[in-house]
Design a protein around this ligand. Structure first.
Ligand code: ZN
Length: 227
């Protein structure tokens, strides 16, 4: 492998280009006025094992060529091509030359953070655009099988706090009139946050290996002086 002098490619969006090249890697990696930049967004923060999710895929040529009907492909962490599609006829609203669409994918059966990749255009048909690609993380979580019961009370009076927001990211719930919320979560380590108007947010590290109970004692925020 010879190290070519580094040429600074001017990609309009920072994420990508040129990494997905393998079979056609013989081409010189020069600055290409038609470099394709691939972007993804709206990837969910977590997906249940085997669950379906939606995200956006977009492709843009550095010279803003029309990329309608160009094909893109999605490759999973094992290298298998698991999905593909064609770009729409019109640019994404409010953009210059970004062709994008929403796609639906299925999470694998194994929990963990998986690196997937979108490559486009897939064929040389799209005005001889060399393919660009972007990788992104798909966080797959086990099905929520344990119940965490959270009791939110006023730390001074012991009174139950109804309507408090309970978060064990990515799960959340709201306490009932008894100050109790139950959240179904997957086994794992979490940071529990409980918040309620006028109170300082309560935080606690929780290790969930079975059904668990946590007590959140909230303190009132200092009240600012009124005029
Ligand atoms: Zn182009």
């Amino acid at each position: 492998m010879s190290m070519a002098p580094e040429l600074e490619a001017s990609h309009p969006i920072a994420s990508t280009a040129d990494q997905g090249r393998d079979a056609t890697g013989a081409q010189p990696e020069a600055v290409d006025a038609h470099a394709a930049t691939v972007v993804v967004w709206d990837v969910p923060s977590a997906v249940e094992v085997g669950g379906r999710f939606r995200m956006k895929v977009g492709v843009k040529c550095a010279s803003e060529c029309r990329l309608a009907d160009a094909r893109f492909g999605v490759v999973d962490h094992t290298g298998a091509r698991i999905a593909g599609g064609t770009l729409p006829a019109e640019v994404w609203p409010g953009t210059a030359g970004l062709y994008a669409r929403e796609i639906e994918l299925q999470a694998p059966a194994a929990a963990g953070l998986h690196e997937w990749r979108v490559t486009a255009p897939e064929s040389e048909g799209a005005g001889a655009h060399p393919a660009g690609s972007v990788s992104f993380g798909v966080r797959v979580v086990s099905r929520p099988e344990h119940v965490v019961t959270v009791e939110a009370i006023d730390g001074d009076t012991g009174a139950p706090l109804a309507g408090a927001r309970v978060v064990l990211h990515p799960y959340h719930a709201v306490t009932d009139e008894r100050g109790i919320a139950t959240v179904r979560v997957a086994k794992g380590a979490y940071r529990l946050f409980v918040s309620q108007t006028a109170y300082a947010t309560f935080g606690l590290s929780v290790e969930v290996a079975d059904d668990t109970t946590a007590r959140a004692e909230l303190s009132l925020e200092p009240v600012p002086e009124r005029n």
